[in-house]
Design a protein around this ligand. Structure first.
Ligand code: ADE
Length: 259
């Protein structure tokens, strides 16, 4: 899979994409990643990517011209016609994957569709994703013409679309075949079956007076599975009852969580 980002602070990706699983996915050739600097597609001395909002109001708005220019370059198109109508030669660097199939474009915005595990799975099936991220500010509405997905992490506002995109990228990449080793499989975790995952324990068997539930030491896998399922139900009913409506429960389980 190819993942690219377009933003004004590309250096923010270095630590997350250069460490741990994201690094391993690239080393294994499962992920190819590039972070582009939107300022490379500006034309003024100050490399301006934002401006005052029409109609007034606080803050700045990200301009659409550099976004369209960068998008054309990333898609290997050119010369491009700017939104103001003038034809301009392609400028800026030659993006790494500009000869690949066109990307699906993801805009990170608090006004988007709420991100969840199902959307992470959907995105993980795309061959190439381009994340467009604002920083401190909104994006000129006309740029959303390029959006295939408008995604929000939740009902709060971040200063950094880059940060939001890293959350989505991590959740998507860990679903790609071969990224998690067999020891870290994604099959038993939260949300896969619509419920929160059960509690987990490792050595020591007793810590500061608290013992690991005995069933987990029993070696009886049928019993362990049924304990885990029950714990998932209890935890979901307590912490995220909203998930129960959409979860696949037997009649007996439904009765259990409604008690
Ligand atoms: N950018 C700023 N806030 C955001 C949020 N809640 N989700 C996604 N992108 C954002």
């Amino acid at each position: 899979m190819i993942i690219e980002t377009l933003s004004t602070f590309p250096a923010m990706y270095e630590s997350v994409m250069g460490s741990s699983m994201m690094k391993r996915a690239q080393e294994k050739g499962i992920l190819e990643f590039a972070a582009y600097d939107l300022r490379d597609w500006t034309h003024d001395r100050h490399r301006t990517t934002d401006d005052d909002p029409y109609g007034g109001g606080a803050g700045l708005v990200m301009k659409c011209e550099p976004i369209f220019e960068a998008y054309d370059a990333i898609c290997g198109r050119g010369p491009s016609v700017s939104p103001t109508g003038s034809e301009q030669p392609l400028t800026g660097p030659r993006p790494r994957f500009c000869d690949a199939a066109l990307p699906k474009t993801v805009f990170l915005t608090p006004c988007g569709r709420r991100f969840d595990d199902a959307l992470a799975t959907e995105l993980s099936r795309e061959g190439r994703l381009l994340f467009v991220c604002g920083h401190y500010e909104g994006i000129d509405q006309r740029a959303y013409r390029l959006a295939d997905y408008e995604i929000s992490l939740g009902d709060y506002v971040l200063t950094s679309g880059e940060l939001a995109s890293m959350v989505v990228i991590d959740a998507v990449v860990r679903k790609l075949d071969g990224v998690l080793g067999a020891e870290n499989g994604a099959a038993d975790e939260s949300f896969v079956d619509g419920l929160l995952e059960p509690p987990q324990y490792t050595r020591p068997a007793v810590f500061r007076g608290e013992a690991v539930p005995e069933v987990l030491l029993s070696g009886n896998h049928a019993l362990i599975d049924s304990w885990r399922r029950e714990q998932s139900l209890i935890r979901t009913a307590r912490l995220r009852p909203d998930l129960l409506d959409g979860a696949d429960l037997s009649a007996c389980e439904r009765e259990f969580v409604e008690r």
